[in-house]
Design a protein around this ligand. Structure first.
Ligand SMILES: [Zn+2]
Length: 310
């Protein structure tokens, strides 16, 4: 009998350890849908739809290159407790599958109802016409995965997120729909000024370090020049840089843009040799200090492009 009591005490202890830690007055937090997004952009867009009904965490920080995130146990712990995982897809965040395996959380495995691929239904740019061998190091084998920088795609991305959230909490669908509509209305309001700001530079050619901004350029009528990288994810060779600088002069490229985590000094050297300006853009929310929210990030990128092209 005493042995049974001891076992029960021990079991109780284990159950207490396994239960989520609740602070006093934290009852509301316990009801929220716990979402993990692989990037800060998807975190911001999930918060726009879920608002007070979700608690969202991102795996990559805004100032980290989402192509090559180091999988750490801390990421697995975040995913272990999640009700939902929002991934970028298009092979940007394939490391998330390693995190999911380590997290051992059946709610968010591929095909589970708590899994959202935010790229579903999007018009994907730069889909290779020939087979790309990933073993050669190209990190865009199924097309360009950096679609979240384009505010014009936010309606589709947030529709995907809404579908996922409503699957988990059908009774809250009207709230999610209202939140999404309010967010898209604010975005729509900003689209006019953004379009006007870049209108004078229609057709201007911009060189990128990595093709992070093709969707943004396409939205606002700018044209993609070459890249400082040889191919996506593959460092430049001296021969490639020499050819790029020559092309920039011939094709009258107007600007070089670079991500904060890439070699800004190299971008500056290329820009100087070609006689153009260089600007640091924000590929994700939090990449630079001005990019605090999703709208701030688009706004920062549009203003920085206009400033660099002026
Ligand atoms: Zn990329």
């Amino acid at each position: 009998m005493r042995r049974l009591a001891r076992t029960l005490v021990r079991l109780g202890f284990i159950i207490a350890l396994g239960a989520p830690a609740l602070c006093p007055g934290d009852a509301a937090a316990a009801d929220k849908i716990r979402v993990v997004a692989t990037t800060t952009d998807l975190k911001a867009l999930t918060e726009a739809v879920g608002a007070e009904l979700v608690d969202v965490d991102a795996l990559a920080r805004g100032n980290q290159n989402p192509h090559d995130l180091e999988v750490r146990p801390s990421l697995m712990i975040k995913v272990r407790r999640a009700d939902m995982l929002v991934i970028n897809g298009l092979e940007l965040d394939q490391w998330a599958e390693v995190v999911v395996q380590g997290a051992n959380n059946p709610k968010v495995i591929p095909g589970a109802s708590g899994r959202i691929d935010a790229s579903e239904g999007l018009p994907v740019l730069e889909v290779p016409t020939t087979r790309v061998d990933r073993s050669l190091g190209d990190v865009h084998p199924v097309g360009n995965p950096h679609y979240t920088v384009d505010p014009g795609l936010a309606p589709q991305i947030t529709a995907n997120i809404l579908a996922g959230l409503a699957r988990l909490q059908p009774q809250s669908r009207p709230v999610f729909e209202k939140n999404r509509a309010a967010f898209l209305a604010r975005l729509d309001e900003a689209m006019g000024p953004w379009t006007a700001m870049l209108a004078p530079f229609k057709g201007a050619k911009v060189v990128q370090y990595h093709p992070d901004f093709v969707y943004l350029f396409t939205r606002f009528g700018l044209v993609k020049g070459g890249s400082i990288e040889d191919r996506p994810g593959i460092p430049a060779t001296p021969a490639h840089l020499a050819r790029l600088i020559q092309d920039m002069k011939q094709e009258q490229v107007r600007l070089v843009v670079v991500e904060p985590w890439n070699d800004v000094k190299l971008a500056e050297r290329v820009a100087q040799d070609a006689g153009v300006k260089v600007r640091v853009l924000a590929p994700s929310v939090g990449a630079v200090k001005e990019a605090k929210t999703y709208l701030d990030t688009v706004d920062y990128n549009v203003r920085t492009l206009a400033d660099g092209l002026r």
